[in-house]
Ligand binder design. Structure first.
Ligand SMILES: [Zn+2]
Length: 164
């Protein structure tokens, strides 16, 4: 089921989400809805549960087919994700379903290793770099109530109106 995506400045986007533990039927239903919702927007590479108003630590990333990610890992479920290692630093442009009118320059690590629970309940280690690492870090930020506007160095210089 496609859910409504909360938009800034909805205060629920600023709240930290709670850990899931072992994903049960309710989380799997939420995941199915997140997938339907993400797919209802063209070129969407990720979504986090708080964006559909559910304060669980669940995020989804899929960079398959994105021009900046020729060797994408495919669809990734990030339940209770934890950063194990990160390195490098790069400023890159990001968009967000919850801030549809803008893009912003955000500084992120270029390489990350993340441990996360998959929908089947297994714990997985994910290592990636570049744009895919950026997307993972962006979605993980949502689980802590952090938006791209919180990450820009300058609201005047690093936020851009989206071209229509
Ligand atoms: Zn976002």
């Amino acid at each position: 089921m496609i859910r409504e995506v909360l938009r800034y400045p909805d205060r629920r986007l600023k709240l930290p989400a709670v850990p899931v533990g072992a994903p049960g039927p309710a989380i799997r239903r939420l995941a199915a809805d997140m997938l339907d919702t993400a797919r209802s927007f063209p070129r969407t590479v990720g979504i986090a549960a708080p964006q559909v108003g559910e304060l669980w630590r669940v995020a989804y990333v899929d960079c398959t087919g994105h021009k900046k990610v020729p060797d994408a890992l495919g669809p990734l479920w990030l339940i209770d994700p934890v950063i194990v290692e990160s390195s490098g630093e790069e400023i890159g442009r990001e968009g967000c379903l919850s801030l549809p009118e803008i893009t912003a320059n955000v500084r992120r690590a270029t390489h990350v290793t993340v441990d996360a629970t998959d929908l089947d309940g297994g714990r997985r280690r994910i290592t990636t770099s570049g744009f895919e690492a950026r997307v993972i870090l962006h979605e993980m930020d949502h689980l802590d109530g952090i938006l791209i506007l919180d990450r820009v160095a300058s609201l005047a210089l690093d936020v851009f109106a989206r071209k229509r």
